[in-house]
Write a protein that binds this ligand. Structure first.
Ligand SMILES: *[C@@H]1O[C@H](CO)[C@@H](O)[C@H](O)[C@H]1NC(C)=O
Ligand SMILES: *[C@@H]1O[C@H](CO)[C@@H](O)[C@H](O)[C@H]1NC(C)=O
Ligand SMILES: *[C@@H]1O[C@H](CO)[C@@H](O)[C@H](O)[C@H]1NC(C)=O
Ligand SMILES: *[C@@H]1O[C@H](CO)[C@@H](O)[C@H](O)[C@H]1NC(C)=O
Ligand SMILES: *[C@@H]1O[C@H](CO)[C@@H](O)[C@H](O)[C@H]1NC(C)=O
Ligand SMILES: *[C@@H]1O[C@H](CO)[C@@H](O)[C@H](O)[C@H]1NC(C)=O
Ligand SMILES: *[C@@H]1O[C@H](CO)[C@@H](O)[C@H](O)[C@H]1NC(C)=O
Ligand SMILES: *[C@@H]1O[C@H](CO)[C@@H](O)[C@H](O)[C@H]1NC(C)=O
Ligand SMILES: *[C@@H]1O[C@H](CO)[C@@H](O)[C@H](O)[C@H]1NC(C)=O
Ligand SMILES: *[C@@H]1O[C@H](CO)[C@@H](O)[C@H](O)[C@H]1NC(C)=O
Ligand SMILES: *[C@@H]1O[C@H](CO)[C@@H](O)[C@H](O)[C@H]1NC(C)=O
Length: 534
């Protein structure tokens, strides 16, 4: 799901161990037993399934039958057609295998597969399934799961994959040192998936978020390079809050200070600290960099940058302010800075870099009944983000992740845009993990379809007309007759040049489909070619 610096992950672990004891004490005092409450809650009746129901399922066959999922614990819904399990990367040696969930569209059948990937590296795409793009949603602070009215399954067939090896339920030796390695494993897996489910001549769309800003272009490029229009017809791609450029320097440090100035009413830094940050912004060269390169068209190629956390420690505006933010707001959420206390529980145990769920509430995918229902390996402890590296390259590579591939803006992202002319790159404005203007700066150092960067500054609004389908009933029952029938309004800025669509999303954190489901729904409609403007 999300990408987070090792230093913040370490912080999260130590904070968690301090809090764990205190929280269970509080819960004992209050007699809070969410487990009991959950089971006492009335469950809506489930539709009865007939023995012959699978006859109407499009992808059900002798090979796929073993992956069919009939029901999921605590999901009181008809799952419809639903599959999950492990598929080997190499059918002749099942020791390395990726875990997937596949759900065909609940709308009109379409000959498409949309792949969704979370980031990390090492974070599970089942987070995207349960909290962002899936048909059922069980998100932060939610007592129970519900139908997601903005699910991508409404529009297309969606495949969530836990990758690379080392992530979630996926099994096998971790061997990757680059995005090329990961992409090769993924495409091998994907061809096996297509074979099992009887899929060919489908359009393929590759989407994801955060560190998947590296996975998505490399996987798409690997598909393009294999020149197989029947099985690997990449037709578009989408990346949210993505690591497409030099992310520590350009997408965090260089743009942190103006972000803070714009948002300090919720970040809460004092005047003397703001002065300190401003000084560093100047002395470390960030202000000059923006002045020179935040330009449309761009003012030349950006110089090479690398943030070395030991030698550049004094210029680490981003981590410094990240840590200070917890003083004013102990519930500070780097992925969505608008959130204040109380800290929301996460059924996946990871709402912020503080890992927290209601005491007694197990991590959903780590439950043995859930593992059994999903055909997942019972002996794997499921964690949203892998505690061990999914690359074997130590701290090497341009981004110190052991991932030795070039940044996507250098080669592979241009290749994907040029092949499909349907690539969307988007950033949420309340995300401090990957900052909107940093992503735009990364684009301004990329050459695609015969020119360098965007020639014009984004100036066109995104107006969301889809009505609220999620909270309407609550408005009505609270006496606001028609309070949410109105269109949502202007929710972002768009800009299109030469096959690349840029979308800045207002009031959204890092996980855009979680925070602005209606905007994300529209983004997908564009990527799938159903509409021509956002
Ligand atoms: C399943 O069986 C029921 C009862 O025999 C029948 O009415 C229905 O049409 C069948 N459904 C399919 C998809 O074959
Ligand atoms: C399968 O691959 C693993 C490495 O992932 C290797 O150790 C093992 O020997 C292979 N098994 C066979 C039967 O080739
Ligand atoms: C998505 O599908 C669900 C279930 O069929 C429906 O209730 C919802 O209105 C649909 N959402 C959109 C945006 O069309
Ligand atoms: C982002 O950059 C634009 C110029 O393209 C500038 O007008 C805006 O103030 C910047 N926003 C933030 C939050 O830095
Ligand atoms: C263009 O960038 C150079 C640094 O490479 C800088 O000296 C110059 O002032 C910039 N020009 C503009 C118009 O920002
Ligand atoms: C900008 O792109 C050039 C190559 O075109 C690369 O050498 C340089 O490192 C990039 N700079 C940043 C900050 O990404
Ligand atoms: C960071 O700087 C130190 C000290 O100069 C150096 O030893 C180290 O190799 C650098 N790290 C990277 C990833 O460049
Ligand atoms: C201002 O904030 C900084 C950073 O959080 C803190 O170290 C300092 O003590 C604060 N100063 C005052 C006067 O509160
Ligand atoms: C996952 O489940 C295992 C045993 O089933 C348990 O030991 C472990 O603590 C659980 N981990 C989390 C994060 O819930
Ligand atoms: C917006 O930018 C386009 C170029 O992308 C330009 O043609 C148009 O005049 C601009 N509109 C406004 C209102 O500035
Ligand atoms: C509902 O909408 C109508 C027409 O826009 C308006 O006249 C009426 O006052 C609204 N009712 C409420 C309770 O907002």
């Amino acid at each position: 799901m999300r990408w987070s610096l090792v230093r913040s992950a370490l912080l999260a672990l130590s904070v968690e161990s301090v809090y764990a004891g205190q929280l269970s004490e509080v819960s004992r005092r209050k007699g809070f037993t969410p487990q009991l409450k959950r089971h006492a809650a009335p469950e809506p009746p489930k539709d009865k399934r007939f023995a012959n129901e699978t006859d109407s399922f499009r992808f059900y066959n002798d090979d796929s039958a073993q992956y069919f999922v009939d029901e999921l614990p605590d999901m009181p819904f008809d799952l419809g057609e639903f599959y999950s399990g492990l598929i080997p990367i190499d059918m002749n040696n099942a020791s390395r295998a990726l875990f997937f969930i596949f759900q065909p569209t609940v709308g009109e059948p379409v000959d498409e597969i949309t792949i969704w990937l979370n980031g990390g590296p090492g974070c599970s795409s089942l987070e995207g399934f349960l909290q962002e793009t899936g048909l059922f949603q069980w998100s932060w602070g939610e007592y129970a799961p519900h139908i997601n009215p903005y699910s991508w399954v409404n529009l297309t067939n969606v495949l969530w994959v836990e990758q690379p090896v080392g992530t979630g339920f996926s099994i096998g030796d971790v061997t990757a040192t680059s995005e090329e390695d990961i992409a090769k494993d993924f495409v091998d897996f994907f061809l096996n998936f297509e074979k099992i489910f009887g899929i060919s001549k489908f359009k393929i769309y590759v989407t994801g978020e955060s560190y998947a800003g590296r996975y998505v272009p490399y996987i798409s490029a690997e598909m393009i390079d294999r020149c197989d229009e029947e099985l690997l017809d990449v037709s578009g791609a989408l990346m949210y809050d993505p690591c497409i450029g030099e992310y520590a320097w350009v997408q965090q440090q260089a743009v942190a200070f103006p972000f803070i100035v714009e948002h300090n009413s919720v970040m809460g830094y004092n005047t003397s600290y703001m002065k300190e940050l401003e000084k560093l912004d100047q002395s470390c060269g960030y202000a000059d960099f923006r002045e020179s390169y935040m330009a449309f068209p761009p003012n030349g190629t950006q110089p090479y940058k690398h943030f070395n956390s030991s030698t550049d420690a004094e210029c680490d505006i981003w981590t410094g302010s990240y840590l200070e933010a917890f003083h004013a707001n102990p519930c500070f959420n780097v992925y969505e800075i608008g959130l204040q206390c109380p800290l929301l529980s996460d059924p996946l145990g990871y709402p912020t870099d503080l890992q927290y769920s209601y005491p007694g509430l197990p991590v959903y995918f780590n439950r043995s009944d859930v593992k059994a229902a999903l055909h997942a390996p019972m002996d794997v402890t499921w964690l949203e983000c892998s505690p061990t590296d999914v690359f074997v390259g130590g701290k090497g590579g341009p981004q110190d992740e052991g991932d030795f591939s070039l940044d996507p803006i250098q080669n592979v992202l241009p290749k994907v845009i040029e092949k499909t002319n349907r690539v969307l790159v988007s950033n949420g404005n309340l995300d401090y993990e990957i900052i909107t203007n940093g992503t735009l700066l990364a684009i301004q150092n990329m050459t695609w379809n015969g020119a360098f960067g965007f020639q014009h500054a984004p100036n066109t609004t995104i107006d969301i007309t889809l009505p609220d389908l999620m909270y309407r009933d609550i408005f009505v029952s609270s006496g606001f007759d028609n309070g949410t029938e109105e269109p949502q309004g202007t929710m972002g800025m768009q800009h299109y040049e030469r096959g690349l669509m840029w979308a800045e999303t207002y009031l959204s954190g890092h996980m855009q489909p979680q925070f602005q489901g209606r905007s994300a729904y529209r983004h997908l409609q564009w990527v799938l070619g159903r509409i021509d403007k956002l």
